[in-house]
Write a protein that binds this ligand. Structure first.
Ligand SMILES: Cc1cc2nc3c(=O)[nH]c(=O)nc-3n(C[C@H](O)[C@H](O)[C@H](O)COP(=O)(O)O)c2cc1C
Length: 193
């Protein structure tokens, strides 16, 4: 009888320990990371042209949007490129300039692709765009540069962003604001995001 009780107790303890062990593992196990399957359109715009173009792209892609807000807003004096030493000109002349950004994207992991929209300043992306791409781990993501401008194209900016986002797949991008709605839709579809 004593022997039987001993064996019974041992079996009971084993069941209890196993059960406890399982529930602890369940509690400690991290939930599986969600696949990065969403698209974000992030834009910087001082006078509204890029914002309008970016929101059109976001609508076509049914993407989330994020406005890149400078910590220090750009005044019209800051943007007056006729004045040699206006803030925008000083920043563009200095490739190391990284104007601060006020806000941050939450859960960037959920995005597989980010459309980065900006105006062309002195032939290239504003330095705040460099701040933006350097603020996140973009490894493995598709980056689509798009711009608005008075005439300059996207090539220099796309080349700069390819240098800055080495682990990402930076596409050649597009100058927007000059395409018809149908042309824009066709171009967006061609990205196969
Ligand atoms: C400082 C500064 C520099 C600019 N440099 C260029 C340029 O090199 N080439 C060009 O085509 N347009 C240039 N532009 C015009 C802007 O790219 C254009 O107006 C753009 O659509 C503005 O976008 P936003 O309204 O979203 O700020 C410049 C504008 C500013 C303020």
């Amino acid at each position: 009888m004593k022997k039987f009780f001993g064996a019974f107790l041992a079996a009971l303890m084993m069941i209890t320990f196993t059960a406890c062990g399982n529930s602890a593992a369940e509690k400690n196990s991290t939930p599986e990371a969600k696949p990065a399957d969403k698209i974000l359109v992030a834009y910087f715009s001082c006078t509204g042209n890029t914002k309008a173009a970016a929101l059109e792209v976001a609508e076509i892609l049914k993407a989330d949007t994020f406005e890149i807000v400078p910590a220090q807003a750009y005044t019209s004096d800051d943007l007056n490129y006729h004045a040699e030493n206006c803030r925008a000109n000083i920043e563009q002349k200095n490739s190391a300039a990284r104007p601060e950004i006020k806000n941050k994207i939450e859960n960037i992991e959920q995005y597989k692709a980010i459309v980065v929209a900006f105006p062309i300043w002195w032939g290239a992306e504003p330095r705040i765009i460099d701040t933006f791409v350097e603020s996140y781990n973009l490894d493995g993501k598709i980056i689509v540069p798009v711009c608005t401008s008075g005439g300059s194209d996207i090539q220099t900016s796309a080349a700069n962003l390819k240098q800055l986002c080495k682990g990402a797949n930076v596409l050649d991008g597009k100058r927007l604001g000059i395409l018809s709605k149908d042309e824009l839709k066709a171009w967006v579809a061609s990205l196969k995001l």
